[in-house]
Design a protein. Structure first.
Length: 177
């Protein structure tokens, strides 16, 4: 049996005398006690590091989940608005004359001549409506229901439901980015 000698630092003289009185078993107990304490300290440090890393990952995941939820909610809201608008348009539940007047006002051509292009169904709804002089309404298969295109000497002003929804969606997406 090989005997290895190890230097052990023992507590003050009273404890040392007690350890010597009890022999090797007492020394072994002290060594085990210190080893346990050191092991517990190391384990606590490691578990603290693991907990900190897990917390950091959880916070990053939470931030990513919140951003994803905001993007999904935005896309859902835009799609709901699109479906509702299309349903209302299909039912004719919109003030077409007001939309045409507002679009003419935005065209800023005063009393200058212009042509208002409307979907044939919308055009039929406005037969008999009076607008400013120089304004002519035209049925146009290329214009969707609910949309208004005003052709003036300076260009075309289009009030398009899908384009407006897309512009709103783009702005909301940019704000989320």
């Amino acid at each position: 049996m090989s005997s290895k000698r190890q230097k052990i630092s023992l507590p003050g003289p009273a404890r040392a005398a007690e350890l010597l009185a009890h022999g090797t078993a007492a020394v072994n107990e002290l060594v085990l006690e210190r080893a346990r304490a050191e092991g517990e300290r190391n384990a606590l440090e490691r578990s603290s590091d693991v907990l900190e890393r897990a917390t950091a990952r959880l916070l990053a995941f939470e931030e990513e989940a919140r951003a994803s939820l905001a993007r999904t909610a935005t896309e859902l809201a835009i799609e709901i608005a699109r479906v509702l608008l299309r349903r209302e348009i299909a039912q004719g539940s919109y003030d077409l004359e007001r939309i045409v007047r507002e679009t003419l006002s935005e065209a800023a051509v005063g009393r200058g001549p212009c042509v208002v292009h409307l979907n044939p169904e919308d055009h039929a709804r406005l037969v008999g409506a009076r607008f400013r002089s120089g304004t002519r309404l035209e049925a146009d298969e290329g214009v969707s229901r609910g949309d208004v295109h005003v052709e003036t000497s300076v260009g075309l002003l289009a009030r398009d439901v899908d384009a407006a929804l897309e512009a709103i969606g783009t702005r909301l997406r940019e704000e989320l980015a």
